[in-house]
Design a protein around this ligand. Structure first.
Ligand code: SAH
Length: 215
């Protein structure tokens, strides 16, 4: 099956919705989303919608991911932490954006999802990603500090461990708020202070572990 037209349509839609970062758009054109969705849904892989990936989890809507990736301002060689590997699709996009000299540590609390994603990312030859089975709300202290941290599940507050593991001038992007609606926060650590911007409202599946959202 040829997905190129559907992919081009998705990228046009992302542009129309306001995504401007050409490198981010390029990542969407390079990484095959259809390999990260359940087989019976490949025909919907390039629609701008979230899709289920099993275990009650979802692969986020492309527009949402694009907003987050744009906000992260990734550069080649960046060291990045993702909380919530899920399907592995977002991890693959980040892997492309940070290049061969970059390194992504992506944490997933459901072991089956982590294993599945690990295989898919390896199958695509993406060697700069390490999938770690862990409660990512506590961060991944072993590899700290990070240039960028992205949380792809809803937090009731910004997990303090993640802020601690962020470099000075680093950027953290996370959906923060209640169970059914969160503000997408872009937080930059500037001289020990936090510069916080709200990028709009989104809905994510809840973060599990130490920092579960309240209803
Ligand atoms: N980034 C994913 C979408 C993730 S959905 C993608 O591209 O597909 C949210 C994911 O976060 C789910 O897989 C869920 O199991 C995981 N998750 C929830 N709480 C977590 C935690 N504390 N640590 C690590 N992963 C967590």
């Amino acid at each position: 099956m040829d997905f190129d037209d559907a992919k081009e349509r998705l990228i046009t839609e992302l542009r129309l919705e306001g995504i401007k970062d050409e490198k981010v758009l390029e990542a969407f054109s390079k990484i095959p989303r259809h390999l990260f969705v359940p087989e019976e849904m490949v025909n919907e892989a390039y629609l701008n919608i979230a899709l289920p990936v099993g275990h009650g989890q979802t692969i986020s809507q492309p527009y949402t991911i694009a907003v987050m990736l744009e906000a992260l301002e990734l550069k080649g060689e960046d060291k990045v932490l993702e909380v919530g590997t899920g399907s592995g699709y977002n991890a693959a996009l980040i892997s492309y954006l940070i290049g061969r000299k970059g390194k992504l540590f992506t944490t997933e609390i459901v072991p089956e999802l982590a294993e599945q994603s690990r295989k898919k990312l390896a199958g695509l030859g993406l060697k700069n990603v390490k999938v770690v089975i862990a409660d990512g709300s506590l961060g991944y202290a072993k590899e700290r500090p990070y240039d960028a941290v992205i949380v792809t599940a809803a937090c009731r507050e910004v997990p303090p461990h993640l802020l601690k593991q962020l470099k000075s001038n680093g950027i953290l992007v996370a959906p923060v708020g209640r169970l059914y609606e969160q503000e997408m926060l872009k937080i930059r650590k500037v001289k020990g202070k936090l510069d916080v911007k709200n990028l709009g409202f989104f809905v994510f599946v809840p973060l599990k572990g130490a920092f579960e959202p309240v209803t």
